[in-house]
Design a protein. Structure first.
Length: 520
């Protein structure tokens, strides 16, 4: 089977079986979102796709994903009975959740994940691959984040990251046209990846068009990369430009009227600031000099859907998030500009992912995969990268747990994540050498161990609080588990980001002073 060893084949088969057994499991409203997109694209003319409001789950992904939905609908019409196909592709205001619909939609996710599997295996077998690259590739293909987000919650994240993996194949194999074209295609599938675009722009420019030491711009290469970028955009947007619908497309893709934070706080900087704001509000009766905002008292920073207002601290605006994210990314891309190698490119992707996740506007918890996937590809570089991967993986995966809030899914998400983490950790730990045993290094490792050891207690508390709420009807505690989870996970992700920044700074310093010894 595709050159897999017997052990790899057995693990992959076991994972597929688990995912099939999860077909009847919990599914979020995203299930009906994507089913409705199949109905929209298969029943309506293209000119009506981004105008339809039959269901509240309107089409709000870029055109390539709309085309993808159209293609997913074709087998339903071709191979299924007429009645079954009609119910799956029914344009309805109400959700359609028959067993045939669930089975069909779940299968589309499972099959689309092959794009990721083939992509990461190609990365693992390309030039310059190490002995642990195959383990990393398979670990990404079987990542708990994809199990939670796609196989249970319901989305197509593995498929989309598969497209990103093929773009990375182009970077690793020195095929800039493939690198640029695959990433442009990805952007036209889901525009959230634009957060990572600065890393692609700098890498392609510096590695192929204007490399360090060069005094002239390589016009032929720039033209080739430009054409490979423009063609996917033209194919995706061309029909809607012709129809004069670019403005409507923009309104669907960029709904800036949403609040700073999602209903469940993503574990980022804003979650920590929201907690500080709530604590200051509690102290405002004693600290009378604090000015209280009336709108902030009942704000959605308590976990409700809508605009976010702080009670004490100044409100954050979209433009401020955009500027903060952009400035942070520009600063962190310095290393890539000076040294445009494949490994530096991966580190810059992770840096852009961190910056957008930590400072972005209305960030969803699912966006943590923009951090976890590139970090996985760097896990065996050295001790800094390994510890950054470990802490981010634990915090990032756990931050996705609240998406599956039914008790029935708890053993699955916990068991699968622990098995995955244990297998991957044991294998990757052998690839790195611990730092020198100094007081600083021992203290840092000790603090990280304490942080990681707190997650079992966090899970226990999150399990008990709902029982207390149900018993004593203490509604004011209802958001407590989500808040604690978000803030605690945000601390781990921020520390992981600090580790990565330190690794970047160390690499830059080492490149300036050959032979320098890394100590952290």
């Amino acid at each position: 089977m595709l050159g897999f060893s017997r052990g790899e084949r057995d693990i992959l088969v076991a994972v597929v079986i688990v995912k099939i057994l999860l077909f009847p499991a919990y599914r979020s409203t995203d299930f009906e979102v994507h089913r409705n997109w199949l109905a929209i694209t298969s029943n309506l003319r293209l000119s009506r796709w981004y105008f339809d409001t039959t269901s509240e789950w309107t089409l709000d992904y870029p055109p390539f994903f709309a085309y993808f939905s159209y293609l997913l609908a074709l087998p339903a019409r071709l191979i299924l009975e007429k009645g079954t196909a009609n119910e799956i592709l029914q344009l309805s205001r109400l959700p359609v959740e028959t067993w045939a619909t669930v089975l069909y939609m779940r299968m589309t996710v499972l099959i689309s994940e092959l794009v990721l599997l083939f992509g990461v295996l190609r990365l693992a077998e390309g030039p310059g691959s190490g002995r642990y690259d195959r383990i990393i590739g398979l670990s990404i293909a079987m990542h708990p984040g994809f199990l939670i987000l796609d196989s249970i919650h319901f989305q197509y994240n593995a498929f989309l990251f598969g497209l990103m993996a093929w773009s990375l194949v182009g970077a690793k194999e020195s095929k800039p046209v493939l690198c640029a074209g695959a990433f442009a295609t990805l952007l036209m599938f889901k525009h959230i990846y634009v957060y990572l675009a600065p890393a692609w722009f700098v890498y392609l420019l510096r590695a192929y068009c204007f490399p360090p030491g060069s005094s002239t711009l390589n016009i032929p290469r720039l033209t080739a990369i430009g054409v490979s970028t423009i063609v996917p955009f033209a194919l995706a947007l061309g029909p809607f430009i012709y129809l004069g619908q670019l403005d409507q497309l923009g309104k669907r893709l960029f709904p800036f009227t949403r609040g700073l934070m999602h209903a469940y706080w993503a574990p980022n900087v804003w979650a920590t600031i929201a907690l500080v704001d709530r604590l200051l509000l509690k102290l405002s009766t004693r600290l009378t000099f604090l000015k209280i905002s009336a709108t902030g008292i009942a704000s959605t920073s308590r976990g409700l859907v809508g605009d976010t207002n702080f009670a004490i601290l100044p409100d954050i605006k979209p433009v401020e998030c955009f500027i903060l994210t952009g400035l942070t990314q520009v600063t962190l891309l310095t290393e890539l500009w000076q040294k445009p190698t494949y490994k530096t490119f991966l580190r810059s992707i992770a840096q852009c992912g961190f910056a957008s996740f930590m400072f972005g506007w209305h960030v969803h918890e699912k966006a943590v995969m923009l951090v976890l996937v590139p970090l996985s590809l760097l896990a065996t570089e050295d001790w800094n990268h390994f510890r950054a991967w470990l802490i981010a993986s634990v915090a990032g995966i756990y931050s996705l747990f609240p998406l599956l809030f039914n008790a029935a899914e708890t053993p699955v998400k916990l068991g699968y994540s622990l098995i995955w983490l244990g297998l991957v950790y044991v294998n990757l730990r052998r690839s790195v050498t611990p730092p020198l045993s100094t007081m600083t290094n021992r203290t840092i490792t000790w603090l990280e161990t304490i942080y990681l050891s707190a997650f079992p207690a966090l899970q226990l508390g999150n399990s008990l609080v709902p029982l207390l709420i149900a018993r004593d009807k203490r509604e004011k505690w209802e958001f407590l588990p989500l808040m604690v989870t978000s803030v605690w996970c945000s601390l781990g992700l921020m520390w992981s980001w600090a580790r990565l920044c330190w690794a970047s700074a160390t690499a830059m310093q080492t490149s300036k002073t050959p032979g320098a010894r890394k100590r952290l």
